[in-house]
Design a binder for this molecule. Structure first.
Ligand code: F6P
Length: 340
């Protein structure tokens, strides 16, 4: 059997570990693999190249994706299932494995409904894909943000400043909450939990009353800003998602005015998606890739590889059409333990 693989949507560390696992497991089962370039764009164009043991040698630790990615969507930019079917026929693939976040996997679910033999693999630093407790890329992003918080703490201490660090996550606060807890942040702002500027100012004041002259505030990019900090209208990407960013910069001057202290902003941006995957993401991507190859070889399509209670399993692809997975109240409660 010939198995096609593509990586679509925002890239993340671990995608090459996934590609390597799919190729090596497929080969061990006597199947061959074609890699399709630039996400759905390469799928509909049938723009692919054979991948074998030699092609994936040494890519386990490489960030990004050797196949490239894009935010192309066959239903937005083309004829949907018809284009995908013709692209797969062109490369002679009987099944497609596609790695993506909620946008990509939503498209895969729609294609599966229309008879395309597709298997989804959840990858996104946002960790917001319904149906799975883990997504490739999240762990490395949390480590990058945690290391940044450690560094920002020493400069905030030196200058007695309030430092706001804006992180990705789209409309979920997982990266902000996980890294905020790991980095010992003084306050974490997430879309799932409304806040007031007064709450932050009170915490800043409380800290200084105990001779702690610096404050680290982690800001998830998708927060709802208080009225006084509303920004200009939002732009959208190919999937129709808001182009986010700018929340921390909008908050900083208000915090300076109300606290009387200097505030500075660091926006981590694409650093969170770059560089080598950590060990956890390499292991997760390898487990997901082996499972995806096994499902493909068994003709088990219309599913997404998922992590459930520490085990890798298959869930129906249309699970991803559910509500994005937000930060649970119990994790917010743990974070709040350390605000006072
Ligand atoms: O979905 C992953 C993600 O990194 C989000 O956290 C971020 O908001 C978005 O992608 C950025 O999209 P783009 O790479 O298209 O600018």
């Amino acid at each position: 059997m010939r198995i096609a693989i593509a990586t679509a949507g925002g890239d993340c560390p671990g995608l090459n570990a996934l590609i390597r696992a799919v190729v090596r497991r497929s080969e061990s089962a006597g199947h061959d693999v074609v890699g399709l370039e630039r996400g759905w764009e390469g799928v509909v164009e049938g723009d692919g190249r054979g991948l074998d043991h030699d092609s994936v040698r040494g890519i386990l630790r490489l960030g990004g994706t050797i196949l490239g990615s894009s935010r192309y969507d066959p239903y937005v930019h083309g004829d949907g299932a018809r284009d995908v079917a013709s692209g797969l026929e062109k490369v002679g693939a009987e099944v497609l494995i596609v790695a993506g976040g909620d946008g990509t996997l939503g498209t895969a679910a729609r294609l599966a409904e229309e008879g395309i033999p597709v298997i989804g693999v959840p990858k996104t630093i946002d960790r917001d894909v319904p149906g799975t407790e883990a997504t490739i890329g999240f762990s490395t992003a949390v480590q990058i943000v945690t290391d940044t918080i450690d560094r920002l703490t020493t400069t905030a201490e030196s200058h007695h400043r309030v430092l706001l660090v804006e992180v990705m996550g789209r409309h979920s606060g997982w990266i902000a909450t996980a890294a905020g807890i790991a980095g010992g942040a003084d306050f974490i702002l997430v879309p799932e939990h409304p806040f007031t500027v007064g709450e932050i100012v009170d915490i800043i004041g409380e800290r200084r009353s105990r001779d702690r002259h610096h404050t680290i505030v982690v800001v998830a990019e998708g927060i709802e800003l208080p009225a006084e900090a509303q920004q200009a209208e939002k732009k959208t990407d190919a999937f129709g998602f808001d182009r986010l960013g700018g929340a921390a910069a909008a908050l900083a001057p208000i915090l300076e005015d109300q606290s009387g202290l200097e505030a500075r902003v660091t926006v981590l941006g694409y650093v969170q998606r770059g560089g080598s995957p950590n060990a956890e993401d390499r292991l997760l991507a390898t487990r997901f890739g082996v499972a995806a190859a096994d499902y493909a070889g068994a003709g088990r399509t219309g599913v997404m590889v998922a992590m459930r209670s520490q085990s890798v399993t298959a869930v129906p692809l249309d699970t991803v059409l559910g509500e994005a997975v937000g930060v649970p109240p119990e994790l917010m409660d743990i974070a709040a333990t350390f605000y006072t």
